[in-house]
Design a protein around this ligand. Structure first.
Ligand code: CO8
Length: 258
């Protein structure tokens, strides 16, 4: 399917989705969110795809929700339509790992979009921020919840209340991103990480994704039990037997998603 605001390429087992509104620094307007939702659905239902990489341009992953589209909306409009409630549902349906590859600005809804992915690899030029306070509003796509879980209350409050940006070095130090790479290598490094994930048992990677995400939602004791039961259930798969046999036999495993 041809999209106007994003570009989708399937390479081997990876869907590479690139946000593509260069004139607006990839600001997330309703057309882009709808197309991104479609692309995620395609990737979710395409058996060939085992991992997804979401990226933007070198200058901007995304500079936030499209301000021009929101500026004339009233409370009645946004509350009545439950603005930004549909898109996260499409994201939540994806059980395959999603890597955010962030270069340049990841602000407001752009930072929140990156945090909705399973992990973030960023370039040394990345700048993260929740500057909605400068517009008289606040985060609306999970920023106050997810950023706080990533970097802790103090830094999250600082970011949301002052609207300042965090550079790549601070983002890595604070646990917001998993690695920082040179800007020119960002997409290739993210694709390499995705290829590594694509080699694993998809059953095991889906279980990992569910279990790590669970650690954000419930209590520690609930999360530990949930994790242990998922761990136990993987012993019902052939891939577990293959993986452990291969280790014992000192050879590479041949996973079959069974
Ligand atoms: N919305 C619409 N257009 C934008 C946005 C945006 N968020 N960000 C940049 N643009 C446009 C600019 O208007 C400009 O367009 P034009 O050339 O037609 O004037 C073009 O992109 C280039 O931008 P600048 O000239 O400003 O580029 P600079 O390099 O000087 O500055 C900045 C880059 C610092 C990123 C600056 O553009 C900026 O501050 N942008 C706004 C950042 C912001 O406030 N983001 C938060 C938006 S609110 C939000 O995200 C709420 C989230 C709620 C849920 C979201 C669900 C999706």
């Amino acid at each position: 399917m041809a999209f106007k605001t994003i570009i989708v390429e399937i390479e081997e087992h990876i869907a590479l989705i690139k946000l593509n509104r260069p004139d607006a620094l990839n600001a997330l307007n309703s057309e882009l969110l709808s197309e991104l939702g479609e692309a995620l659905k395609d990737a979710r239902t395409n058996d060939k795809v085992r991992c997804i990489v979401l990226t933007g341009s070198e200058k901007a992953f995304a500079a936030g929700a499209d301000i021009t589209e929101m500026q004339d909306l009233s409370f009645v409009d946004v509350f009545g339509d439950d603005l930004f409630s549909d898109f996260p549902k499409e994201f939540e349906r994806v059980r395959k790992p999603i890597i955010a590859a962030v270069s340049g600005y990841a602000l407001g809804g752009g930072c929140e979009l990156a945090m909705m992915c399973d992990f973030i690899i960023c370039s040394d030029t990345a700048k993260f921020g929740q500057p909605e306070i400068n517009l008289g509003v606040m985060a609306g796509l999970g920023g106050s919840q997810r950023l706080t879980r990533f970097v802790g209350k103090s830094k999250s409050m600082d970011m949301h209340l002052t609207g300042r940006f965090m550079d790549a070095e601070e983002a890595e130090r604070s646990g917001l991103v998993s690695r920082v790479v040179p800007a020119k290598k960002l997409v290739s490094e993210a694709m390499a990480a995705a290829a590594k994930i694509a080699e694993k048992s998809q059953l095991a990677s889906m279980a990992v994704k569910e279990s790590v995400n669970r650690s954000y939602e419930g209590s520690l004791s609930d999360g530990l039990l949930f994790e242990r039961r998922l761990f136990h259930s993987l012993f019902a798969t052939e891939d577990q037997s293959e993986g452990m046999s291969a280790f014992a036999e000192k050879r590479e495993p041949q996973f079959r998603d069974k």
